[in-house]
Design a protein around this ligand. Structure first.
Ligand code: MSP
Length: 515
């Protein structure tokens, strides 16, 4: 049995109809930060991401590109794994729904739901949106001035009539409402829970779960004319990765049910209504939480290929560095809300918090250590009350940060850490170590020791969000133990470690129009 508590976190799997953009990077980044945080906090983490490769949308894109669907998927899926490397994501698995293990899992789950009596054969006649890969009821559609109907998301819809298997979703309304009531943090944030509740209260229709007019999908067991609806196939990936249908493995036993499925607000219904209903039907445990984050716009406009305003995460990393990109995305916008991307706010935020904030404090302190203390971490004299208060503030920040991380309030977690960056700035400005070299070298050594120790603790806390920069900083200080258990007076930085000439970690950016 594992001695550490386990934590299973998943990203949505990304459609390979298109190359990755900032929206995809954002969802996985949030999961990466949480996964790294949990590992440093002593958890045994399983972090899953991957690509969603079946369905009509992907098939159409392959046809448009003039290649067979699998070659098309191979190519685009690679682009997503390259993004994961470029963003320094620390996932444990990258799953693809075209893998054999996944087909086996999806077919098994289907058979299991069918054996419980929740799947039946009929004919579907209704609206379908290929872009959303979603069925819509007549009452959900928007009718434009020209009488043209579209999905509530604005996507085009088409009338579909075909033989189909159905899932008895309507049988689960009460159980779903009970779930939202007894476990109100099943869907977060709260506004999203309310949306989901009213959708279910509005009445649930049975769900068409197979298609017959194309064949790019997992075959329905015992009926080769049907492929599974892409969402029942895709959602099963969360089980496949743990070895399902074998429920006896340690991996499955440790990690299912998932602690959190992170999703964007557009795909909440699939995760908070359909997925728990499928699991209830199959008599499998339910995930503990579905968190729906908001969407990015670009300088006030919806991001779309046709508007030509897609934000390329690879370009951001090249222009501004990886860690600045990671930091900005989670610091700027309250997680859960929509956010607007602008280069001006990127530059302002990173200059204020990174270059002028933490970077400046670290550079100033370590340069003084290098110049005035023979380049080694100085021996500290007795600490004053102010010294102790400053250090214990950082030491105790973990509890608050943990609380914010546990409700996916990344912006608040960062805010809590940056309160101590500001405190560090005030500490050094008041203590003025640069004035003490001649008058009181022992006190100067103590102040610089306190500053260096503060950098160590702040860098430990910042690892989940900016792993490379924190690592460089901790390397410079010769700190090898980096878990959150090191944030305690017991583990204070040792005097005597040789500090190399400090390298600035966070560059200052110029605004584009002043370059
Ligand atoms: N394949 C499905 C998910 C299946 S999960 C079992 C899918 N894929 S997607 O590639 O279209 O979207 C993946 C994620 O990217 C979603 O969580 C979506 O919200 C997110 N984003 C896409 N554009 C976005 C923004 N402009 N801003 C923030 N996130 C957005 O849906």
């Amino acid at each position: 049995m594992p001695t550490r508590p386990s934590y299973y976190i998943t990203t949505p799997i990304y459609y390979v109809n298109d190359v990755p953009h900032i929206g995809h990077a954002y969802t996985t980044l949030a999961c990466d930060v949480l996964a790294r945080f949990k590992r440093l906090d002593g958890f045994d983490v399983m972090f899953l991401t991957g690509t969603d490769e079946h369905g009509q949308k992907v098939e159409k894109s392959a046809v448009a590109a003039g290649v067979d669907p699998l070659s098309f998927c191979d190519k685009v899926s690679t682009r997503f794994s390259e993004l994961a490397v470029a963003m320094n994501f620390s996932h444990d698995q990258f799953i693809r729904t075209t893998e054999e293990r996944h087909k086996k899992a999806a077919q098994h789950l289907w058979e299991r739901i069918k054996s419980k009596g929740y799947i039946y054969e009929d004919k579907y006649a209704g609206w379908y949106s290929v872009r959303d890969e979603a069925f819509y009821a007549e009452k959900e559609l928007i009718v434009g001035e020209d009488g043209e109907k579209s999905a509530p998301t604005g996507a085009a819809v088409e009338w579909v009539e075909e033989a189909s298997y159905f899932f008895k979703l309507s049988a689960f309304a009460d159980q779903l409402l009970d779930l939202y009531k007894s476990q109100p943090d099943f869907v977060m944030p709260l506004t999203r829970l309310n949306e989901v509740k009213s959708f279910v209260e509005g009445g649930l229709l049975d769900l068409s779960i197979s298609r017959t007019t194309f064949d790019w999908g997992v075959k329905v067991p015992d009926n080769e004319d049907h492929v599974m609806y892409v969402w029942i196939d895709a959602l099963t990936n969360y089980l496949t990765a743990l070895g399902y249908p074998d429920e006896t493995t340690d991996t499955y036993q440790n990690f299912w049910p998932a602690n959190i499925h992170m999703v964007g607000k557009d795909i909440l219904r699939f995760h908070a209504v359909y997925w728990p209903a499928f699991l209830m039907a199959a008599d499998l445990p339910l995930p503990k939480r579905v968190f729906a984050h908001g969407w990015w716009t670009n300088e006030g406009q919806k991001i779309s290929k046709s508007l030509g305003n897609v934000i390329d995460p690879f370009e951001l990393i090249d222009t501004y560095s990886l860690d600045a990109t990671r930091f900005f995305m989670l610091r700027e916008v309250p997680f859960g809300n929509d956010g607007d991307f602008s280069r001006a706010s990127f530059v302002n935020r990173c200059n204020a918090d990174l270059a002028n904030g933490f970077g400046n404090f670290a550079q100033r302190s370590l340069s003084m250590v290098h110049k005035n203390c023979d380049g080694v971490v100085p021996v500290s004299g007795p600490l004053t009350d102010d010294d102790t208060k400053f250090l214990s503030g950082i030491e105790n920040a973990l509890d608050g940060v943990r609380g914010h991380m546990d409700c996916q309030a990344f912006h608040k977690a960062l805010d809590a850490i940056w309160t101590h960056v500001s405190a560090a700035d005030s500490y050094i400005s008041v203590a003025e170590p640069w004035k003490l070299k001649k008058t009181d070298p022992d006190r100067m050594a103590t102040v610089l020791y306190v500053c260096t120790e503060a950098i160590r603790m702040l860098a430990i806390l910042m690892q989940p969000i900016m792993p490379d920069s924190a690592e460089k900083m901790l390397d410079q200080m010769g700190v090898s133990e980096r878990g959150f258990d090191q944030l305690s007076a017991k583990h204070r930085l040792k005097a005597g470690h040789q500090i190399p000439k400090p390298q600035g970690i966070f560059p200052r950016f110029e605004h584009e129009d002043t370059k």
